[in-house]
Design a protein around this ligand. Structure first.
Ligand SMILES: Cc1cc2nc3c(=O)[nH]c(=O)nc-3n(C[C@H](O)[C@H](O)[C@H](O)COP(=O)(O)OP(=O)(O)OC[C@H]3O[C@@H](n4cnc5c(N)ncnc54)[C@H](O)[C@@H]3O)c2cc1C
Length: 396
């Protein structure tokens, strides 16, 4: 038996023995475990599952074991993911630090920065937020104005960030700040880490169309930041920023695949709300056609993503290709939301009325919330611009 096959068998046996039954149900938003100083658990089982995975380093399977990660190679990590999916195991931890900041810090951080922050991310002890966008700098991110002045032994930060996801719940924020206002836009930016408890940092939540309030405007008024919180070179934060965005877009490109289990719900829902013909097929041929198209597209996306990331790991793919997957995958998620609403018919008209079931309300809320996917992490228009320029090398 090959070593990888052996690893698969051991992994499957461990997951079967250690993942409580309740943690093998599809995850709902309210039961996600987010890291942080104020971390809470929805149930004893959820806590147990989180702790078992954390102790194996499997909250961050591919990160080096010296910082508490799992130390798995890409093939082993893929096997772990497949086995978790096969058993329906819930992800043990949700964290921006895990998905975006950690990989960039592992690449650009000093030894001291890695030793300080990486183990806390793996162990779900610190929650991070992302301070990139500003009221006048979203797509044109390099136009950002939040200023960090070099005061000798510290930086003094003034300005504001916007759309900062969960900044009101975060412990730390990684920020892009302007450190040289006279340099060309991308060359006068640095990457700073700021403890949200520092004097002068405040947040103001913004309500979303779905009724949730997931993000904030974040203000910095004369915030003193130690020099050792600079990641990468002074004025070279754009390089760190781009590395981090790669991971954010990778995360968003696999959203369709992450929702794989929901695809079954789609079929059931269609049969329940639309009814079936004598052969057991969805009765309405147009909706049947749309459901089939969506299932084929999302299946193809999941396979393409898998192939693409294997090629990227081996350095055999053009590094901007994940942008195509981010664009395709987020567009398909929205197509599916439209399809779900069409299936629900009148039952998909509201989420405020008691007459509607929780599932129906969630479907409509997701339809509203998922509009954000083609904006967050860079809008679809911007992805298409970059694909045209960098991947297809089309003239400007
Ligand atoms: C749910 C959600 C969570 C987010 N979380 C965070 C976070 O945690 N931290 C953070 O820093 N930011 C976050 N963002 C912000 C996100 O990165 C920005 O919204 C995004 O980059 C777009 O910027 P903007 O909103 O300023 O839109 P704008 O840049 O003002 O764009 C407005 C419209 O113009 C179009 N447009 C702009 N420039 C061009 C161009 N050159 N060519 C063609 N079309 C163009 C855009 O595509 C868009 O349709 C989040 C956003 C969302 C929706």
């Amino acid at each position: 038996m090959s070593t990888l096959e052996q690893f698969r068998q051991q992994t499957r046996a461990w997951l079967e023995a250690n993942c409580p039954d309740s943690q093998r149900q599809p995850i709902v938003k309210e039961e996600q475990i987010w890291g942080g100083r104020r971390r809470t658990f929805p149930s004893a089982d959820a806590k147990l599952w989180f702790e078992r995975m954390r102790d194996r380093g499997w909250t961050a399977p591919e990160w080096p074991s010296e910082y508490g990660g799992g130390g798995l190679n890409p093939e082993q990590a893929q096997i772990l993911q497949e086995e978790m999916q096969a058993l329906g195991c819930r992800p043990p931890l949700y964290e921006i630090g895990l998905w975006m900041f950690g990989p960039a810090l592992l690449k650009f951080g000093t030894e001291a920065q890695k030793a300080e922050h990486i183990p806390k991310i793996v162990r779900g002890e610190i929650r991070w937020s992302q301070g990139y966008s500003e009221p006048a700098a979203g797509s044109d991110l390099a136009g950002l104005k939040t200023r960090a002045e070099d005061k000798g032994d510290h930086f003094l930060v003034n300005g504001t960030k916007i759309w900062t996801t969960q900044a009101d719940k975060a412990d730390w924020i990684f920020c892009l700040v302007r450190t040289d206002p006279n340099a060309p836009k991308q060359e006068g930016i640095s990457f700073l880490l700021i403890d949200m408890e520092t004097r002068g940092v405040s947040t103001s939540p913004i309500q979303l169309i779905s009724g949730e309030s997931e993000f904030c405007q974040t203000f910095f008024d004369d915030v003193v930041v130690p020099k050792e919180n600079l990641v990468g070179e002074f004025n070279q934060g754009w390089t760190v920023a781009k590395e981090l965005l790669k991971h954010e877009r990778k995360l968003m490109s696999i959203m369709g695949a992450m929702a794989e289990r929901e695809e079954e719900d789609l079929r059931h829902l269609a049969k329940r709300y639309i009814g079936v013909d004598e052969q057991g097929k969805i009765r309405d041929p147009i909706l049947r056609d749309r459901v089939t198209r969506h299932l084929m597209q999302s299946g193809a996306d999941a396979l393409t993503n898998k192939r693409l990331y294997q090629l990227l790991e081996q350095g055999q793919a053009e590094p901007n290709l994940p942008l195509i997957m981010k664009y395709v995958s987020t567009t398909e998620v929205q197509r599916k939301d439209e399809l779900l609403l069409a299936i629900l018919g009148n039952r998909g008209l509201s989420w405020h009325d008691d007459e509607f079931s929780d599932g129906e309300k969630r479907t409509v809320q997701n339809w509203a919330y998922n509009k954000a996917h083609t904006i967050a992490g860079g809008t679809s228009e911007i992805q298409l611009n970059i694909i045209a320029k960098r991947v297809l090398q089309l003239p400007g």
